[in-house]
Design a protein around this ligand. Sequence first.
Ligand code: KG4
Ligand code: ZN
Length: 358
Amino acid sequence: MRGASLRDEASRLLAIETSCDETAAAVVDEGRRVVSSVVSSQMDLHARYGGVVPEIASRAHTELIVPVVTEALALAGLDSAGRGERPVEAVAATTGPGLVGALLVGVSAAKAIAMAWGVPFVAVNHLEGHLYASLLEEPDLELPVVVLLVSGGHTLLVRMDAPGRYEVLGRTRDDAAGEAFDKVARFLGLGYPGGPAVDRVSAHGDAGAFAFPRAFLEGSLDFSFSGLKTAVVRYVRAHPSVATEDVAASFQEAVVDVLVEKTLSAARQARAAGICLAGGVAANSSLRARATESAEAEGFRVFLPSRAMCTDNAAMIGAAGYFRLRDVGASGWDAGAEPGLGLSPPGRGGAPGRRDTS
Ligand code: KG4
Ligand code: ZN
């Protein structure tokens, strides 16, 4: 076997991510240095359906997985067996949360590769991966930080004390922030994916045009976006001639107000050194600007990962995989896809996380 198995010291990982509509592979050293990272987006395949079609996603992953992995290896100077001057010592893959058929492609490929190469396999929680985006781009990041993880399926506030040591402080009680962006964009006829479309259109709108409701949920770090979405729909139905860009900008402003306010509250409570954004919605230009401005005004450091690191990629899975392997050990060959996986720190029984019922 190349490399040891449990409590592994493996430092060069091949990582695979196929939880939704991106087929991605990366080679990452010591959980911090991205040697290569390849992301093949299926966005064009799903755009005409207005959302990700699970069956199409699984089929596309099946076709793309071998070329994407091969390219990531080649860019890292490795042959198709993961050998080179510094060979791959372990293989990581996202096991959840995500679409079951999509996850299965990455998990099966990763386990087959690890078995064939005689290296350990490590199951990674996709949400945990997002937490590492900032650390990958800013290895000297001062901890603890509060990470606002905002994606298509999740909205979480997490305090990160060290790699592999974190605590969930708040979560959405209904829609995820990205889901709200996508639903409002679809309603406004802005197309798919909705977040970037709302972001683009809002640049030409008046963010103060309509006072849509903000659910601050006093005394809690949880979120709720379904009331806001309903308010937008009701308002536009009652006033069909309103300017779409004003509605989009006012909606975005309401989401950003809540996200920024809650993140700062969490940072104060956690006595964090700084805040980080993560997940697809962290690419939002208004969120990036407002988070920076408000956090700096209170003396918090701010780290905004590049847009490529905010959206789904395998480099973040490689980072999370490295620390899981170090702290928990290799995963069993029976590890499978876990579509409903929630976020929980490593070291609790070796599983990548618990089921999330929220
Ligand atoms: O993290 P991600 O790439 O995939 C998931 O794990 O969900 O996040 C995708 C989400 C989508 O809802 C998309 O509309 C949203 O991120 N998004 C944005 C922007 N770019 C992507 N939302 C607001 N503004 C953006 N610029
Ligand atoms: Zn994601």
